[in-house]
Design a protein around this ligand. Structure first.
Ligand SMILES: C[S@@+](CC[C@H](N)C(=O)[O-])C[C@H]1O[C@@H](n2cnc3c(N)ncnc32)[C@H](O)[C@@H]1O
Length: 415
């Protein structure tokens, strides 16, 4: 199903493939993030139980210029993980850039398919163990139809990583979108609309909410593609926590993880015991909705989803054989930088929180290298006169803070 807005959307991503990327920069850095970081897929979708030797068939639906595709394929290649990543998008211009990025990295585990994610059923693509759909569903004429189309090619036991816009952190965006619909209607040529948007941004009064929202920068630093995507997009719909949960449920799925989990825990912001007594009575979605409402700064939601009927994947935090890993952090460096007061300070889009850490946090974290198991770490500490029972006793507290930040995860088992 397409409509005029969808045809304009297709033209937009042909004129301004998103996000703006230069394949030459692949030699300098790998862009990493959520969803679809390999460690997150292992942990949040497969509960750190799916062996690393089992091939992973991944789809990146609406892959754009390739951020998620390149990250996942590169991480699989570096780790010697079997499988492949299928990039799917209907923008030929985006495909050219994503292909050039893959070539610059000499990745041979990516397949490129040009087409609509709404036509996956019967396309011959799939099934897939993991499906990424980042920043796409909220642009579709019918997001639920899009999500159902993805689920139609999801293998049994598989899962999805989604990103959709959220309302509060985008404060100011929809007002200026309204303004630009009046000033530069969608029927105009893309370049003329970009010009009008740039002029408007220079002159917009200081009271415009987007001027007061420093956490959105695409219109300032994202080039023409970023400006167009933020302010001139023919359709984008923001999903609150309850709206996203309802969408996911309607597709027969459930949310296994909100990223980062700590942001969606209202108790992190509400130490008052009387308020805590009230939050204790809320279900998980209500708790996440409360966190969204009181923080006011969430501009996107990232979730990992699995089929509603699939068993809840319990990560093996009590298994001596399980191997903890840090995301983009080196254990010794992290441990060295920890404050002495037993807390871990962190900041999310201007929101500062301080998470409690157990006494052994430093000693444990400095041994986390993606190879040592929990058992091996406990053995090493025991050799330094730290009772093993204390390590096992303190691990849940370390988990409560570090897993909730989406930083300390458990690796896929080797066999
Ligand atoms: C905002 S971009 C996101 C790109 C990428 N996922 C990322 O996060 O960097 C949205 C992408 O969705 C693609 N898209 C929109 N509707 C689509 C459809 N029906 N089928 C396939 N791709 C679609 C667009 O072409 C565009 O590349």
């Amino acid at each position: 199903m397409t409509d005029a807005a969808d045809r304009q959307l297709a033209a937009q991503y042909e004129a301004y493939p998103y996000p703006a990327r230069d394949p030459r920069e692949e030699s300098r850095r790998l862009i990493v993030g959520s969803p679809s970081h390999l460690r997150e897929i292992d942990h949040w979708i497969f509960g750190s139980r799916r062996p690393a030797t089992t091939p992973l068939r991944a789809l990146v639906a609406g892959g754009g210029t390739g951020d998620g595709t390149i990250m996942l394929a590169q991480q699989m290649a570096w780790a010697g993980r079997p499988g492949s990543v299928t990039w799917l998008d209907r923008s030929g211009a985006a495909k050219g850039i994503a292909e050039a990025r893959a070539a610059a990295r000499k990745l041979d585990n990516i397949r490129f398919a040009e087409g609509s994610l709404l036509e996956l059923a019967g396309s011959g693509l799939g099934p897939f163990d993991y499906i990424d759909c980042c920043g796409v569903l909220h642009h579709l004429p019918d997001p639920l139809a899009g999500l159902r189309s993805l689920v139609s090619v999801l293998a049994p036991g598989g899962g999805l990583g989604l990103m959709v816009y959220a309302p509060h952190g985008r404060t100011g965006v929809y007002m200026l979108q309204d303004a630009l619909r009046l000033l530069a209607p969608a029927e105009e040529a893309p370049a003329a609309r970009v010009d009008a948007a740039r002029r408007l941004w220079r002159q917009v009064p200081e009271t415009a909410w987007l001027k007061r929202n420093p956490w959105l920068t695409d219109h300032v630093s994202g080039g023409d593609a970023g400006l167009y995507d933020l302010l001139l997009n023919p359709r984008d719909v923001a999903f609150s926590v309850p709206a996203l949960d309802a969408l996911v449920r309607a597709a027969g799925l459930r949310i296994a993880c909100w990223v980062e989990p700590v942001r969606y825990d209202p108790d992190v912001y509400l130490p008052d015991p009387k308020l805590r007594a009230r939050t204790a009575g809320l279900d998980p979605v209500q708790r996440a909705a409360l966190a969204e409402a009181i923080t006011g700064n969430m501009g996107i939601h990232i979730v990992y989803c699995v089929r509603a009927g699939d068993p809840v994947a319990e990560q093996p935090w009590t298994d001596p054989e399980a191997v903890p890993v840090l995301r983009e952090m080196d254990g010794p460096t992290l441990a060295k930088g920890l404050p002495k007061d037993g807390t871990l300070p962190c900041s999310f889009d201007g929101l500062r929180v301080s998470l409690p850490l157990p006494r052994l946090a430093n000693a444990i974290l400095q041994r986390v290298d993606g190879r040592r198991s929990f058992g091996a770490i406990a053995d090493e500490l025991a050799a330094n006169s730290v009772p093993r029972e204390q390590v096992w006793r303190e691990l849940p507290a370390l988990r409560r803070s570090m897993e909730a930040m989406n930083r300390l995860l458990i690796a896929a088992p080797r066999a």
